[in-house]
Design a protein around this ligand. Structure first.
Ligand SMILES: Cc1ncc(COP(=O)(O)O)c(C=O)c1O
Length: 266
């Protein structure tokens, strides 16, 4: 019997999520349509949004469904950067050891948008100390567009003290994007209490399907959209994936209950 252990890469779908997915695939209707099928799809979508929001400690309006963690990170990082260019703020502060989605999005901003990235040193365990972040914020002052940090490292398991890092950035009025893809389901995320501007999560890391994730966008923050079109969600256009959202919510409901309740931060 094969034994699958690589849950850091992707997880098997939970039976409840798979059953919910299959059932939802049988429902026809675009949630933007005003007829009854559309409205049924919309109800399923919005109920799913509520469950996902509760699983990350956010309000439903703060959950923007995306195609997964990589899209969420691109929208969080590039979207925050662009939203903060009046006046120009070219500096992006990022600790070493981030996931490629963040590294490549930031390096793209450097190549194409004139951004300046400052890679912040981490300690032997991969932790960014709030004092290091504060020193960088003092040095670069008002030219910092954003800070991006990985809550839990998907390769070595380091957990950042996200609360302290967000508190440090907030003292300088700088928004923080948190890549919580690997932390989701293992740590209580409590987005609103932590105070980050944006946070990325992905369904396939918690027993949901590949192809759906969320950018959690604080009510107080804004990002420039990457995808333009029908304005189905605040900052993300495109017909919404109802079955994906239903399956995501089924997995989210299970993992939110299981997430370790003790604080494993530094
Ligand atoms: C920490 C981290 N961030 C981002 C991603 C990308 O997420 P997705 O596979 O949903 O695009 C992953 C997945 O490997 C990850 O582990």
């Amino acid at each position: 019997m094969p034994v699958y252990l690589d849950h850091a890469a992707t997880t098997p779908m939970l039976p409840g999520a798979r059953a919910a997915y299959v059932d939802a695939l049988g429902v026809v209707g675009n949630p933007s349509s005003i007829h009854s099928q559309g409205q049924q799809a919309k109800r399923m979508l919005e109920e799913s949004r509520e469950v996902v929001a509760a699983s990350v400690g956010a309000e439903p309006i703060e959950v923007i469904f995306t195609s997964g963690g990589t899209e969420s990170i691109n929208l969080g990082v590039k979207g925050l950067y662009w939203a903060r260019q009046l006046p120009p703020r070219p500096v992006v502060l990022v600790p070493g050891g981030e996931h490629h989605a963040t590294v490549d999005a930031v390096e793209w901003l450097v190549r194409h948008e004139g951004a300046e990235v400052v890679w912040l040193p981490v300690d032997a365990l991969g932790r960014l100390h709030p004092a290091v972040l504060e020193a960088a914020l003092e040095r670069h002052g008002a030219s910092v567009a954003l800070v991006s940090v990985l809550w839990a490292n998907n390769e070595v398991g380091t957990i950042q003290d996200v609360r302290a890092l967000v508190a440090a950035a907030s003292r300088f009025g700088v928004p923080v994007h948190v890549d919580a893809v690997a932390a989701y389901g293992y740590l209580p995320l409590e987005f609103d209490a932590v105070g980050a501007a944006v946070m990325s999560v992905s369904a396939h890391k918690i027993g949901g399907p590949v192809g759906i994730g969320a950018l959690v966008l604080s009510r107080r923050s804004s990002v420039e959209p990457l995808i333009h079109g029908g304005n189905q969600q605040r900052v993300r256009s495109g017909t919404q994936d109802v079955a994906g959202a239903v399956a995501f919510a089924a997995a989210a409901a299970e993992v939110a209950n299981d997430a370790i309740s003790e604080d494993l931060s530094l």
